[in-house]
Design a protein around this ligand. Sequence first.
Ligand SMILES: [Zn+2]
Length: 319
Amino acid sequence: MSTLRLFVYSGLLAILITGTAFAGGYQRTEDGTTRVWNENPKAGDLVTWSGARDAKGYATGLGTVTWFTPQNEVETGSGVAAWLRHIGRQQHYIVTSRESGIMVQGKFEHGPANAEPKKKGRTAPGLVVIHSHGHGDHTAGDKQFRDMPNVQFVAATPAAVQKAAGISRWPDDSGTIDLGGRMIDVIPIPGHNDSSIALYDRVTGNLLTGDSLYPGRLGVSLTDVPTFAASAARLAEFARTHEVAHVLGTHIEQSRTPFLDYPRGTVYQPNEHALELTRAHVIELNDAFLRMKDKPMTVALPEFTIVVRSPQPTKKSSN
Ligand SMILES: [Zn+2]
């Protein structure tokens, strides 16, 4: 899968600013270190800047600016991440806008041309290509990215992923990838494949699980069952300690009818299961491996199946 390094936030934007007579002005970031232009200042505005500052303290170069505004305290019981609800001290803040780009003296340069480096020493927003795992149906498009300029291509191998995400011990530790002020956690979960990872987006709470957990048949070689079991435990621990909005895998083979999946090769699935699973399925995956103990076996569950495959020396699994 690939992920755009820089985002312009619109999905999260919940507030429209209506007519105002205030003129713009510079404002210090929340940590007091950097000055950023505020086109439309309002009482309570808070701002953070992920990039550098120049000698005079103005935001400069590539980075992400995030604006927060005070919010009445409303507890809805929704899946809004706790850290978003409690930014600030006593008061609740919500993110009103987030924008990435290149700043000069605390202001974004304007126009699409800014996406390209115009002056020496500036870096344009780039693309990070990283894979859920190394099977052919997930790496077939690599050629078109591998040699592109301004692309950080991470090969689908444990060593490459470990290096790119700064993982100190594979597979026991997690790492991160910075998309420009937006952190993605990288959790090694080998088993389905030796380079399988899960990715967690801290902003949306989405957990991407590749072929290791999706509504369908989760393939694992007999010899890799202990490895997958350890990964399932690690993933369950992660899910217990993080807000998880959706668990998103990379295939759908299950129908909406519990325990009923579509045969391999089906191209028309009129009653297919939704792609998104939940934190409960992460726990269920781990529980299934725990129940196996030392006796690996195929386990059918209402919304996915763990399929234990005997090693096939002549044929390599490509799912
Ligand atoms: Zn696969």
